[in-house]
Structures are given as structure tokens and as C-alpha cells.
Design a protein around this ligand. Structure first.
Ligand code: NAD
Length: 348
């Protein structure tokens, strides 16, 4: 039986990865380590909590002693590292929190794996999950490839870039068997409503303003979260050691066009007159250091591992919107309490 540690499994992407691994690999013992910050929610993985191959561990990756003890107790065969501070706006408010979790936390996991495995890397693997934001901003043309130079512009992307560099350095220096992926923007169920798609779905439901940064021309590539989880499963099992793979949806949207599409679908779903939701769009002061365009060339993972998105954007959005409309209680629970304070500080 393999022992696998997944960090950040109570968060958005991590919950989809944990669910997939627990259900698909009954022969693995899956440990989900999560500090349950504002972004972590055990409701996200309620459906698997009683499975015999699943254990939840509450803990902070910044706590070196705790991480070392956890590794000595379990001697994991594999680590899938997703725990992170993940919201760019919050990184502008409190960059140090991002250095602690994203850099020091990653270092603690790397050190614990290195010290536990002691150069005996047979059957071991450290998988670091990262973002396309490390590459900085593109102009109107071109795509990020695995060899694009790093050029991070926000404290979030700088902290993720730093952790990526440390992972590669541990591979080069100590021979640690790692794989690394950089993925574009995800969307789907269990996404905390501070990020664009769930924020706007929630605001449309509640007839609240839709805050669009700047002129709305920022462009992002969008990938359905379950397709990211499929890619992560594939890279973990079939990716080559010391390799990086870009993951993306081949699906670029200007923010304003995406918001208008959401408005149109939501008007239909909520049986409101056409144009109602679009009337909620409000342009707000731009985010400092805002990257104009991200776009991923995902041809390497496609050619080498045969991965491509399994759903179209239309199908993914339909599933996502239906999920939020059918899970009002989840939305209400996560948007009560501290979310309200954050929201008012950010947008009023
Ligand atoms: P998220 O914010 O939804 O979840 C992060 C999880 O990590 C939460 O459950 C939180 O409780 C946990 N966590 C935070 N700090 C911790 C700590 N110190 N110790 C233990 N657990 C801690 O994030 P997400 O959107 O699911 O992103 C997961 C990973 O994927 C991140 O590494 C992120 O950089 C990367 N990524 C995200 C996207 C995206 O579009 N969301 C795209 C590409 C890559």
C-alpha cells in the first residue's frame, strides 16, 4: 500500500484531487494535510470523509517540527503539494503571509521529504503544483511554454516562483525526484467566491454589483477544475522526473467578455429579463501590477502524456453554474463571517 500526502486538500483544487485519488486508488492510503485557513473547508470533501483509505490531518506546513514529525511517523511514498495562499489581492495586502506558506511551507516539505527518503528515491515522488502567473505578463501575442523565463509581478506569483525554484534546486542538488506543473486559471465547484467566476455568480444571485478591474481587457486562460485534477493524476503517475508540464484550457477570455457571458447565462437560469445582470457591472480601480494576459501552451503534456481538457468551456460553465445554484447553503456558509469584512474592505 502506498502512502500519499496531499497538502491543501480542503481547498478548491485540492478537494477535487483528494476526491479523485481516494475514489480511484483504494490501494493508496491518502493523507490530506490542511491548516483550514479561510480557504479550506471540510464541507468540500464531506463525501469521502468516511472512506477507509482517507485520513484528514489538520496542520500548518509552516510548522517545521510538526511537518518533520508527520513525515517520520508515516514515511510517505509521494507528496502532492497544493497548500498555498492563493489569492493575488490578499498577497498585495499581506505579502509576508504568502512567503511563509508558499515559500517556507514548501521548504519544510522539501526538507522533510529529503531527510526521510535519505537518497533512497525508488518509488518516491514530490509533485509541486504551481501557476502560470510565475511567467509574468504576455502582450497580445504568444503563449507561455515550459521554457519561458520567470517574471512574476505580484507577491503571490513571486512566492510561487520562489517555491518552484526551490523544488527544482532540490532536484538538481539532492536528486529529489520531483515533477512540477504550472496551470492556468481554474473554475468549477467548491471555488471560494473571492475569485472571479464564483464571486460573480454569487453576486448575480444576490443582485450585487459586479466589480470589473480596469477596462476589463485582462485576458486569462480558463480550465475546468476536474480536468486539472485529471492532469495532476496523470503527471503524478506518468510524468518524467525533473520535468515541468504546463497545463491549460486552450481557452482564452477577456474578463469583460467572460463576465457578459456569465450574465447572459445567469439571466436565463434565474428567469430574469435579458440584460438584468449586465446592469450590475461596475468598473473598479485597477489592481496594482495587474498582468495583461496569460495564455498557456499545453502541447507538451498533450504530446507526451496524451492529456487534453475533457469538457468544453460551455459544458464546464454549465456544470459550475448549476452546482452553485444547487448549493446555496455552501455559498451562504462560506460567505458569512470574515468573508463579509474582507469583501467590504476590498470593494467598497
Ligand atoms: P485554495 O486557496 O482554494 O486552497 C488552498 C488550501 O491550502 C486551503 O484548503 C487552505 O486551508 C490550505 N492552506 C493554506 N495555507 C496553509 C498552510 N500554511 N498549511 C496547510 N494548509 C494551508 O487554493 P487553490 O485555488 O485550490 O490552489 C491550490 C494550488 O494550486 C495552489 O498551490 C495554487 O497556487 C495552485 N494553482 C491554483 C490555480 C487556480 O486557478 N486556483 C491555478 C494554478 C495553480
Amino acid at each position: 500500500m502506498k502512502k500519499i500526502l496531499i497538502t491543501g486538500g480542503a481547498g478548491f483544487i485540492g478537494s477535487h484531487v483528494v476526491r479523485r485519488f481516494v475514489n480511484k486508488y483504494p490501494e493508496y492510503q491518502i493523507f490530506n494535510l490542511d491548516a483550514l485557513t479561510y480557504a479550506g473547508n471540510l464541507e468540500n470533501i464531506k463525501d469521502i470523509e468516511d472512506k477507509s483509505n482517507y485520513t484528514f490531518v489538520k496542520g500548518d506546513i509552516v510548522d517545521e517540527t510538526f511537518i518533520n514529525e508527520l513525515f517520520s511517523e508515516h514515511n510517505f511514498d509521494g507528496v502532492l503539494h497544493l497548500a498555498a495562499e492563493s489569492h493575488v489581492d490578499r498577497s498585495i495586502e499581506d505579502p509576508l503571509a504568502f512567503v511563509k506558506t508558499n515559500v517556507i511551507g514548501t521548504m519544510n516539505l522539501l526538507n522533510a521529504a529529503k531527510n526521510q527518503w535519505k537518497g533512497n528515491f525508488e518509488g518516491k515522488r514530490f509533485y509541486h503544483i504551481s501557476t502560470d502567473e510565475v511567467y509574468g505578463s504576455l502582450g497580445a501575442e504568444g503563449l507561455f511554454t515550459e521554457t519561458t523565463s520567470y517574471d512574476p509581478n505580484s507577491p503571490y506569483s513571486a512566492s510561487k516562483a520562489s517555491s518552484d525554484h526551490f523544488v527544482r534546486a532540490y532536484g538538481e542538488t539532492y536528486g529529489l525526484p520531483y515533477v512540477l506543473t504550472n496551470c492556468s486559471n481554474n473554475y468549477g465547484s467548491y471555488h471560494f467566491p473571492e475569485k472571479l467566476i464564483p464571486l460573480f455568480i454569487n453576486n448575480i444571485i444576490n443582485n450585487k454589483a459586479l466589480p470589473v478591474y480596469g477596462d476589463g481587457n485582462y485576458t486569462r486562460d480558463w480550465l475546468f477544475v476536474e480536468d486539472h485534477a485529471i492532469a495532476i493524476d496523470l503527471v503524478f503517475h506518468e510524468g518524467k522526473n525533473h520535468e515541468t508540464y504546463n497545463i491549460g484550457g486552450f481557452n482564452e477570455w477577456k474578463n469583460i467578455d467572460l463576465v457578459k457571458l456569465l450574465c447572459q447565462i445567469m439571466d436565463q437560469k434565474l428567469s430574469r429579463p435579458e440584460g438584468t445582470s449586465q446592469g450590475l457591472i461596475t468598473y473598479v480601480k485597477d489592481r496594482p501590477g495587474h498582468d495583461l494576459r496569460y495564455a498557456i501552451d499545453a502541447s507538451k503534456i498533450n504530446k507526451e502524456l496524451g492529456w487534453k481538457p475533457s469538457v468544453t468551456f460551455e459544458e464546464g460553465l454549465e456544470k459550475t453554474i448549476n452546482w452553485y445554484l444547487n448549493n446555496g447553503e455552501w455559498l451562504q456558509n462560506v460567505t458569512s463571517g470574515s468573508y463579509k469584512d474582507y469583501y467590504h474592505k476590498q470593494y467598497s
